[in-house]
Design a protein around this ligand. Sequence first.
Ligand code: ZN
Length: 275
Amino acid sequence: MKTGNLRKMKTELGEVVNYSLVLGDELISMNQYLGKVITLKYEGEINCVYCGVKTNKSYGGGYCYKHLISLPECDMCIVKPEQCHYHEGTCRDPEWGQSHCLKPHIIYLANSSGAKIGITRESQVPTRWIDQGASFALPIMRVSERLHSGLVEVMLAREISDKTNWRKMLKNEVPEVDLFEIRDQFFDSFESDIDKLIEEKFNGSDVEYLEEDIVEINYPVLNYPEKVKSLSFDKQDVIEGKLLGIKGQYLIFDEGVLNIRKHSGHKITFTSGEE
Ligand SMILES: [Zn+2]
C-alpha cells in the first residue's frame, strides 16, 4: 500500500513502454500489474502540483488557482505555441521561457488514431509521443524555438489533424498511414510557404529538415476495450479492477479507463490484489 499525490506516469521506451505510477516520492512500476487487480483510492485531498497547497478544485491539470494564473506553464501559449509571446517581453517568467521555449523544438508526424502533426521540445522526445499514445512517430523538422514550431504546425494543420482522438487511440483503432509519404508531400506542397515563413519570422535562425526513421511504440496492453468509458475521481473515490493495459497516460481496466494525468495532485492510495 502506498499513498501520495499523483503525478503523470513516468515512461521509458523499450520493446514495450515501461510505466511507473508516481505517488509523491514513490515510484510504482506498473507493467507487473497487468492482468491483476489493483485499487486506487482517492483520499479526498488535492494538492497543487507546484506549491503543494491544498486546493478544493484542480485547475489546468493539478494547479491551485493562484498558480494557474501566474505560472508560465499554465499560460495559453503552452496550448497554442504559435502564440508564444516571449519576444514581446510579456512571458510570465522569462527564465522559464528561456529554458523551455527558447530551446530546439521538433515538428513531428504521429499516428495514434490517424495521422496528426505535433510539436515538442526536443528533450521531450519520445515522452511526448508516449503520453499521447502514439503507435508511430516521425520527426520531420527541427527549429530553434517553440514559437517557430508552432507557426509551422499551424500551417501544416491546414491539411492534417493536430489532435489525437483518445477514444480511438484507446481502442487501438490505428489506421495504416505512410508517414514518410505524408512528410514528403508536405515538403512539396508547403515548400514556398515554409520558406516565406522562415524568411519573414525566423530571423535567420536554424531550420533543419530531418530524414529520420519512424519510431514504433508498443504499449503494455492485454486487451483493448471495445467501448471506452471514462472513470474519474470526481465521480467515485475508489477505482478498482483488473488492469488490462496502459497506453498514453491511461490505465485501462475492465470497467473503463482512467486518465492519470488529469488527476495530477490528487492524493491517492494504491494497493494491489496481493496486499
Ligand atoms: Zn499552487
